[in-house]
Design a binder for this molecule. Structure first.
Ligand SMILES: [Fe+2]
Ligand SMILES: [Fe+2]
Length: 179
């Protein structure tokens, strides 16, 4: 019975788009911190650095963009028509923040890719320091704003059906293998 209740809770959480968006935020915080540690630890063992850089590259090349699409294409278009003026301004601001982070990520991607190979890392890490710290601080402020001002409004403003549509689109965006 307890196990059944546990699996029902897991299924409910699995179907909840807010929980799924928060899981994405946990991954963004994890990989932003990993990117910062790369530049903070230029003397880390080469194999560890290459492994971390490969994982950071994969996340920012693929995962972050999927999450941005979740918000810009699945969430905001459904929330904006039901939002008050204040929340609409916040949604517009958050979409602008997505666009302003894209060039920073684009500048960093080749560095993470190179750091995944046997290469003289220090000059690359030095060239990436400023963008890495800027990106992390922009992301942390952005995530906090979404978690405080947007996600708590979802159950209030969106029906269960609409929340289910958002979750289904998030799944479809990632394909059957990786959710
Ligand atoms: Fe966002
Ligand atoms: Fe987000």
């Amino acid at each position: 019975m307890i196990a059944l209740r546990g699996s029902m809770a897991a299924a409910a959480r699995e179907d909840d788009p807010i929980a799924a968006l928060l899981d994405c935020h946990a991954r963004i915080r994890h990989f932003s911190a990993m990117a910062r540690r790369l530049v903070e630890l230029p003397d880390a063992p080469a194999a560890d650095r290459a492994d971390a850089a490969t994982r950071v590259h994969r996340y920012f090349a693929v995962g972050l963009g999927l999450h941005v699409d979740d918000e810009d294409d699945s969430l905001s278009p459904r929330l904006a028509p039901r939002a008050d003026a204040n929340l609409r301004r916040t949604l517009d601001d958050l979409t602008r923040q997505h666009r302003s982070m894209e060039p920073i990520v684009a500048r960093l991607l080749p560095g993470w890719k190179a750091l995944g190979t046997p290469i003289e890392a220090r000059p690359i890490l030095e060239s990436m320091g400023r963008d890495t710290l800027t990106l992390e601080s922009m992301l942390l402020a952005h995530l906090a704003q979404e978690e405080e001002a947007v996600f708590p409004q979802m159950p209030r403003l969106l029906s269960r059906e609409t929340l289910g549509e958002i979750r289904a689109e998030m799944r479809a965006r990632r394909g059957p293998e990786s959710d």
